[in-house]
Design a protein around this ligand. Structure first.
Ligand code: 0O2
Length: 270
């Protein structure tokens, strides 16, 4: 098949990966904007390279014209979570979605591969709109923790270097590290709720400060400069106290002041 045709074949896969990355990133943002913990930490995506598709087709005895039907990870999205528990939450989120249909699931978290690989795989059918009309294609979604991702990224690069013949002593080390990663993820899970609480209050603090600074900036245009200076000094004083309740109260007072100026300017316009 000509390279030009490959480009055309891969184009809807490229679109699917881009759309899905945007959708999952938006989910992260929605959780954070609502001051909630996001079970998704990061999202990445890729379209398999032509060389890698051909390699896989050869390994699986797949003819070139059967590639789209028989290779289900041409489009791949990777969802990284902080904790093992988050993986199941993400699986549930995907199961509930109406813009993708689950074709199959593979649980390499509870059923680790002999290599030591762990991840949860879901193949979904996803619809994209192209100039030639609507196309439904397969996308593989891999869900794993940061620690699992660390292991699989290193191991994958070694597979590439050693062309599947990783020396025994390295293979043994990788197997040991895979077991250490199970322990590491379990240890992190045991302090999950405290870590989540700390992360959420840090998010709330950041968004409160940003709302207050936005409000002060808007007031600059309409309010008396002396009053603004007083508000700003008060903000610095409260900020240094490092007390989220005081900051929240201050933010609310500022909202009332801003609302007063808004009402005044509407009245002046009329
Ligand atoms: P790449 O370069 O990431 O695209 P099967 O359906 O069992 O015939 P298939 O399609 O390979 O075979 O399914 P599987 O086993 O679920 O693997 C799909 C993808 O999972 C792989 O794609 C890897 O990305 C990842 N994976 C599976 N096993 C391992 C492993 O032992 N180590 C690492 N690092 N990744 C693994 P590709 O095409 O192999 O690679």
């Amino acid at each position: 098949m000509e390279i030009q045709l490959w480009r055309e074949i891969l184009s809807p896969y490229d679109l699917a990966v881009k759309e899905l990355v945007v959708k999952f990133e938006h989910l992260i943002q929605e959780y954070r904007n609502q001051g909630l913990y996001s079970p998704i930490e990061q999202v990445t995506g890729r379209v398999k390279t032509i060389a890698s598709i051909l390699d896989k087709a050869q390994k699986k005895n797949v003819m070139v014209d059967e590639i789209e039907e028989k290779i289900s990870d041409i489009a791949g999205v990777r969802i990284i979570c902080q904790f093992v528990e988050d993986i199941q939450r993400v699986v549930e989120i995907i199961r509930q979605r109406t813009d993708m249909e689950i074709v199959s699931e593979r649980d390499y978290i509870n059923h680790m591969k002999d290599s030591g690989y762990r991840s949860y795989h879901i193949i979904v059918r996803y619809e994209v709109q192209t100039v030639k009309g609507c196309r439904k294609i397969n996308v593989e979604i891999q869900i794993r923790t940061l620690a699992m991702n660390f292991w699989s990224t290193i191991e994958h690069s070694l597979q590439y270097k050693y062309k599947m013949n990783i020396p025994d002593h390295i293979r043994e080390k990788l197997a040991n590290v895979a077991n250490a990663i199970i322990l590491l993820d379990n240890e992190m899970s045991s302090v999950r709720s405290e870590i989540m609480d700390a992360q959420i209050s840090s998010q709330i603090h950041t968004s409160l400060v940003s709302d207050i600074l936005n409000n002060i900036q808007n007031l600059y245009r309409v309010a008396n400069k002396r009053e603004i200076q007083k508000i700003q000094d008060e903000f610095y004083r409260i900020y240094e106290l490092d007390d989220i309740d005081q900051l929240r109260r201050f933010g609310k007072e500022l909202d009332v002041i801003a609302e007063g100026y808004r009402a005044q300017s509407i009245a002046e316009e009329e």
